[in-house]
Design a protein around this ligand. Structure first.
Ligand code: UD1
Length: 422
């Protein structure tokens, strides 16, 4: 198992090209199941979750060709309808095959994702939505068995679906299914995340009829079939946010290139509040940190509010800022796994229910720490960059799941991060 060794307190600064978004690429790759025709995708990030998705599509009989960040996918010979436990357990987003398989083939069998490091993360919203569209769902032996072959022409029936909670993949799954359903489906309390919009825009290019993308009511007029298209995956706003925080805490200057700044409003606002100098120019955001920042309070919530996927990175920043801050996590129940590790590095943090109270300390010290989930790992990398001495991060497969070439990108702008293979 690989480890990262970070030599802290080096000067950092420069330009970073931000990769394609993991959370947009996953559903978009999976949406290719909806058509037998070729879909060309560019700017697909090279990271473990994408390799897992490729494997999953291959298992279903989908042809996936890739060269670097360019993919050509064609689901004209799809002949399997099962997403097996071995793949779903490593990547929860595998649940996204349910909607497209059910919509185009009238059947799907997907392993229940089960728990994960950041909480129980149920899939009831997905299931209720498909049931509202007429699917018969049977859950047994750890699998979700979904069928729509009893419906006229095996087609899902449009419905008005109110989602109890804002769910990103829930919205994506139901939106994909609705593109081929009979009639007009309305998704109420839909997720507004930019990645949902990116998926929606790709589906529209394939011939889907979707209104309301980016709002909390998405209306989908079902069509009989979708066709070929080309789509460029949007930038990864969480990767960009991670580099902006790196500039903030190291006192360096980093320019993130290839971004749409409007999609990082909440993150930029909090950085500015902390005292970071933020400049936006076209497709670039430049952040210049300072020696001491001001601690900022944060409450995570669905887009356009502050993203839960940036909570851990901002916590690393608050650890070494002046003052006491409160960070409240409202999306996932167990997303403070990085706290114990940051404490090992000298941070002063208490947890009360879903709020972490962080008292800023003068410095962090290098230590052996363990990555526990994707974004927690990113916060430990950030902490390692400013810590005195050497920080060794174990279990970095979490990091590899979601960041493209993170240590290479950091090393290019002055960091010293080594990957050690055990
Ligand atoms: C997606 C993102 C993840 C991000 C999260 C929240 C992808 C691949 N992953 O995860 O990076 O952290 O959005 O922005 O896009 N819930 C239910 N029932 C359901 C579905 C969700 O109760 O059927 C709950 C979850 O437990 C959680 C909340 O709804 O408390 C939001 O989760 P959701 O938006 O679904 O997260 P994901 O789509 O899994």
């Amino acid at each position: 198992m690989d480890k990262l060794v970070i030599h802290g307190q080096r000067e950092i600064g420069g330009e970073v090209q931000i990769s394609g978004s993991k959370n947009a690429a996953l559903p978009i790759l999976i949406s290719t199941i909806l058509t037998p025709e070729k879909v060309e995708l560019t700017n697909v990030p090279m990271l473990q979750d994408i390799f897992t998705t490729k494997k999953l599509l291959n298992v279903l009989g989908v042809n996936v060709k890739s060269e670097g960040n360019n993919f050509v996918v064609q689901a004209n010979k799809l002949n399997q309808f099962d997403a097996p436990y071995e793949l779903v357990k490593t990547m929860r987003a595998s649940i996204l095959v349910l909607g497209p398989l059910l919509a185009r083939f009238g059947q799907a069998r997907v392993s229940l994702p089960g728990g994960c490091a950041i909480g129980s993360r149920p899939v009831d919203i997905h299931i209720k939505g498909f049931e509202a569209m007429g699917a018969k769902i049977n859950i047994s032996h750890g699998y979700i068995d979904a069928k729509s072959d009893h419906l006229p022409n095996k087609r899902l029936q449009a419905a008005t679906i109110f989602m109890d909670q804002v769910s990103v993949t829930g919205t994506e799954n139901l939106m994909m299914a609705a593109t081929l359903a009979e009639g007009v489906t309305t998704l109420e309390n839909a997720a507004r995340e930019p990645e949902v919009v990116d998926l929606g825009e790709c589906l529209v290019k394939m011939g889907a009829k979707i209104d309301g993308l980016g709002s909390n009511r998405i209306v989908v007029r079902g069509v009989k079939e979708l066709s070929e298209t080309h789509h460029q995956i949007m930038f990864d706003r969480i990767e960009a946010g991670t580099f902006l925080v790196a500039a903030a805490i190291t006192g360096g200057e980093i320019t993130c290139q290839g971004v749409d700044p409007g999609k990082l409003d909440a993150v930029m606002r909090k950085l500015t509040e902390a005292g970071v100098d933020i400049k936006v120019k076209g497709n670039e955001i430049c952040a210049k940190g300072q020696r001491r920042l001001k601690a900022v309070n944060i409450i995570t919530a669905p887009y356009p509010a502050f993203p839960t996927d940036m909570q851990a990175q901002f916590m690393a920043m608050n650890c070494v800022s002046d003052g006491v801050s409160e960070m409240t996590e409202t999306i996932f129940e167990n997303r403070f796994m990085h706290v114990q590790e940051l404490i090992r590095m000298g941070a002063d943090i208490d947890i009360k229910h879903n709020t972490a109270i962080i008292r800023g300390v003068k410095k962090l010290e290098g230590a052996n720490v363990m990555a526990t989930d994707l974004r927690a790992s990113a916060s430990l990398v950030l902490a390692g960059l400013i810590a005195e001495g050497k920080t060794t991060i174990d279990r970095i497969y979490h990091l590899d799941r979601g960041y493209e070439a993170l240590e290479e990108k950091f090393n290019k702008i002055g960091a010293k991060i080594e990957r050690v293979s055990a």
